[in-house]
Ligand binder design. Sequence first.
Ligand code: ASP
Ligand code: MG
Length: 417
Amino acid sequence: MRVFKFGGASVKDAAAVKNVAKVLQTTGFSELLVVVSAMGKTTNALERIVESYLNKRNDLKDLIGDLKEYHLKIIEELFDAKQHPVFKKIENLFDDLRTTLDRNKSTQYDYIYDQVVSYGELISSIIVSEYLNETGYTNEWLDARELIKTDNAYRDAEVDWENTQKRIVEKVNKKGLTLTQGFIGSDENNFTTTLGREGSDYTAGIFAYCLGADSVSIWKDVPGVLNADPRVFKNTQLLSHVSYSEAIELAFYGASVIHPKTIQPLQRKEIPLNVKSFLNPTTDGTSVKKGQPLDPYMPCYIVKKDQILVSLSSLDFSFIVEDNISEIFSLFHEHHIKVDLIQNSAISFSVCLDDKFDYFEGLLGKLKAKFKVTYNTNVSLYTIRHFTENAIQSLEKDKDILLKQITRETYQMVVKD
Ligand code: ASP
Ligand code: MG
């Protein structure tokens, strides 16, 4: 059995959805489970809907209306007959979305976020499933929330593997073509949860692990995993093979082609992961599997923007000791803040933080009560895996470097933007 994942860009308009069918025609579509993300930039649009709702702004209706228009335009292009059931299904989902907001009593941002943002994947998967059914790719649509069970850490939920495995094995027909959503799951009380932004890759990994799949393919608008993000760097090169551990390292440092959590479940069962272009489905792309770290071997560049560099020292200039450090880390953890780099000296401790969920403000007060805190927001963290002197020199040129760190395989610097 195989698992495919089609991300937002691969279903962003009617032509893209038609292309999904083309890919399936090329690869075959039996014994296949397909995970889809929300269409195009829908998740961002839904995030704006959450903001508008919570701030009681008067553009809420328009924002929902625009998102509905966007999807209606796609289905009008995909389906000839206005009476096709897909129209009613999408209409109903938008009605549900409004009802969810109208009836909501919670003030918990993360909870509301998941209840709303999950509609992107529900809508997208219905459209793709209906289109494939219509064009001869008969499939079964499954609600991932009935399969992927998680804790209730909304926006960053942890998978309950045992329960999830049981449900997936029970519900997925391994012989046929199954279509489901990435990114979403549900908690013990059946409230919708999400696995973190860009979490659809991870969903593909979860399904593959639970089904003992032969491979996972992630279909992208790039030819595979490149040695740098082509939006930021010139002259990027395709990596034809990356080992699991190298892929985990690259994802950890911020290579956005693969979601960091995706690889571990695959590595455990040695399931290969292919990253391929949905525009050229017969070309090889990148395979992530057991073996050499990188082929071809070359420096890989990663940049993470919008980071915060924080330096802490004790108020009385005493040493920063294990006790302080463990306390600092529990605070980061409590506030869902990811630490991307650590450097410490006797009296100060610096960390580069990724504040994906905007919790830094809340944390700052607590840190200031105990430490002398200095920080820079809007810094970028650059990483070179398998660096060379040349690579470092050219990267450092004309940059305002705040901090540098070199280990055996990895060079990192924090830079003012
Ligand atoms: N739609 C979600 C996002 O944009 C999940 C994903 O695309 O993987 O973050
Ligand atoms: Mg996406």
